[in-house]
Design a binder for this molecule. Structure first.
Ligand code: URA
Length: 455
C-alpha cells in the first residue's frame, strides 16, 4: 500500500500569516496530519495535491497559541510553518494543555523562535539609525538594517505609529518599507554592497528624531536611496495581525466609528506618561462594546505587549480557564487594563515586569474612564490592587474588599478579586489549587451578581 500523498501548501510570502492561517484551518478540519504537509513560500512548480479549499466550519484555539504563532511565523526558520501547524493540530486533537507543559519540545521550540523574533524587533528599534535625504518631495529619513528575521513589515507598522509625521524609508537586504506620512508601502530590498559605509556618510546617520525636534535635522545627503524610492512599491497586504498591527482587529473597539473606537485609535499615540517609549504598542481593551461585565487587570505583560491584546499570556490563559469553569464566556465580556502600556526593565534577554506607579495609573485613568463610560457595564471586576486602585481612586487591600459587591465613586457596581498572576506565583501546588478554587468561586459570584443586576 502506498503512503498517503503529500499536500503542498505554497504561501505567498515569508510573512503570509493569513495564508498560513487559512491553510491551517482547512487542513486541520480536513484531518491532515502534520507529516502529510509540505510547506513552502513563493512559486512552486512541483507535483502534489493542490491547496485544499477551506472546509465549512471553524474551530477555536487559545489566544495564547494564536499570539505565539503570529510572532513565531516571522522567524527565519523554514520549518516554522510545520512546527506551528503541529501545535494547532495537537491543540485541536484534544491536547488542550499543550500550553501548560513548559517542557513540551515543540512548544519550547516555537517559544524560542518567538523570543528570537521579539529580540530582533527590539534590536532593530534600538539600533536603527537614519540619515537625512533631501528629495524633490521633501525630507526623508532613510535607515539601513539587516534583521535576523522577517520583521520589517511588523516593525514598520510600529514606526509608522510612533513617527506618523516623518517621511522615512527602512532598507534591508530582503525588502524595504516606506512611510510617506500617510501610507506604508513595501518595496524591493537593497544589496548590502550598495549601502555606503564611508565615514562621511556614516556621520549623517543618526537616531530618528522626535517629530517635535524636526528643526534640528542634520545636513542632507543624497544618492543611493533615490533609486529605491523611484521603484514601484506595493501596499503591505500581507501584514500579520501581530505582533504589530496597522489596522485594528474586526472584533476590537476600533473596528467601528464609535467613541470607543476613536479612543482605541487615539490611545495608540498616547503620550500621557513615559511608558509608551520602551513599549511595543498600546494595548487597549477588547470585547463587545455592550458587554455587561468588564474585567480590569493591571497592565499588559510581555506577551500582551507584543500581541497588542490584553490577557493573552500566562495570566490570560489562567483567566480563560477560570472564566470557563465559572460559566462565563470570555467573548461576552470586555477585558482591559488599568494601564495600557507594558512597564518593564530589560535584564539580559528578558523584560522584567515592573508595577506601574501612581502617576502612571492616574495618567491612564483617562482611557479607563472612556471605556467605562462607553461600555457602561453592569459590573466592573477589578483584578488585583492596581485595577482596584485605578477604579476606586485609593489604595486597596484586596483581602478586605474581595468577593462582594462594592461601588465605585460614581456609584457603578464593582467587584474586587485577586489578579490571576497572583495565582501563578503561589509557590506550593496545594496553595495554588486552593487559591485557584477561590478565584473560580469569585467568578461564579460575578456571574450571579451580573445576572441579578441585569434583573
Ligand atoms: N496582566 C494584566 O494585568 N493584564 C494583562 O493583559 C496581562 C497580564
Amino acid at each position: 500500500m502506498g503512503a498517503d500523498p503529500l499536500t503542498r501548501v505554497v504561501l505567498a510570502s515569508e510573512t503570509d500569516w493569513d495564508g498560513w492561517r487559512r491553510a491551517t484551518r482547512a487542513l486541520v478540519l480536513g484531518g491532515a496530519p502534520p507529516e502529510a504537509i509540505l510547506w513552502s513560500v513563493g512559486a512552486d512548480d512541483s507535483e502534489g495535491d493542490p491547496m485544499p479549499v477551506p472546509s465549512e466550519g471553524s474551530f477555536g484555539v487559545s489566544r495564547a497559541l494564536v499570539a505565539l504563532a503570529e510572532t513565531a511565523i516571522l522567524a527565519r526558520d523554514p520549518e516554522r510553518f510545520a512546527l506551528l501547524y503541529g501545535l494547532v493540530w495537537r491543540a485541536h486533537r484534544g491536547e488542550r494543555h499543550v500550553f501548560q507543559q513548559a517542557t513540551d519540545p515543540e512548544l519550547r521550540r516555537a517559544q524560542g523562535l518567538a523570543r528570537s523574533v521579539r529580540r530582533d524587533m527590539h534590536r532593530m528599534r534600538a539600533l536603527l539609525r537614519f540619515r537625512v535625504v533631501e528629495r524633490a518631495d521633501g525630507t526623508w529619513h532613510v535607515g539601513w538594517f539587516e534583521p535576523d528575521h522577517h520583521i520589517l513589515e511588523a516593525n514598520a507598522g510600529f514606526l509608522a505609529r510612533r513617527f506618523p509625521t516623518l517621511r522615512w524609508s527602512i532598507l534591508t537586504p530582503g525588502a524595504s518599507a516606506h512611510w510617506d506620512g500617510k501610507r506604508l508601502r513595501l518595496g524591493p530590498g537593497v544589496d548590502p554592497d550598495d549601502v555606503p559605509d564611508d565615514d562621511t556618510l556614516e556621520a549623517c546617520w543618526r537616531n530618528l528624531p522626535d517629530p517635535a525636534a524636526l528643526s534640528e535635522v542634520t545636513r542632507p545627503a543624497s544618492g543611493w536611496t533615490e533609486d529605491i524610492l523611484e521603484q514601484p512599491l506595493r501596499e503591505p497586504d500581507k501584514l500579520p495581525l501581530g505582533p504589530v498591527r496597522l489596522r485594528s482587529r474586526q472584533s476590537g473597539p476600533a473596528a467601528r466609528n464609535t467613541p470607543l473606537a476613536r479612543a482605541a485609535h487615539d490611545a495608540e499615540s498616547c503620550r500621557r506618561c513615559d511608558l509608551w517609549g520602551p513599549a511595543t504598542q498600546t494595548v487597549f481593551g477588547e470585547g463587545p462594546a455592550d458587554a455587561r461585565v468588564m474585567f480590569v487587570g493591571e497592565q499588559p505583560g510581555d506577551q500582551e505587549d507584543v500581541a497588542g491584546r490584553p490577557f493573552v499570556g500566562p495570566a490570560g490563559q489562567l483567566l480563560d480557564r477560570a472564566l470557563e469553569e465559572a460559566g462565563i464566556d470570555r467573548r461576552t465580556v470586555y477585558v482591559t487594563n488599568a494601564v495600557k502600556h507594558f512597564k518593564f526593565v530589560p535584564r539580559g534577554k528578558r523584560r522584567i515586569h515592573q508595577k506601574p506607579e501612581g502617576p502612571e495609573i492616574a495618567a491612564c485613568k483617562f482611557w479607563l474612564d472612556i471605556e467605562l463610560r462607553e461600555v457602561q457595564p453592569d459590573l466592573v471586576v477589578l483584578l488585583g490592587a492596581t485595577a482596584a486602585r485605578a477604579a476606586l481612586g485609593r489604595t486597596v487591600t484586596i483581602g478586605r474588599e474581595r468577593g462582594r459587591r462594592i461601588e465605585l465613586p460614581d456609584g457603578q457596581a464593582a467587584f474586587v478579586t485577586v489578579h490571576p498572576s497572583f495565582l501563578l506565583r503561589v509557590p506550593d501546588e496545594e496553595g495554588r489549587a486552593r487559591e485557584y478554587r477561590a478565584f473560580v468561586d469569585d467568578l461564579r459570584k460575578v456571574a450571579r451578581l451580573a445576572a441579578e443586576i441585569a434583573g
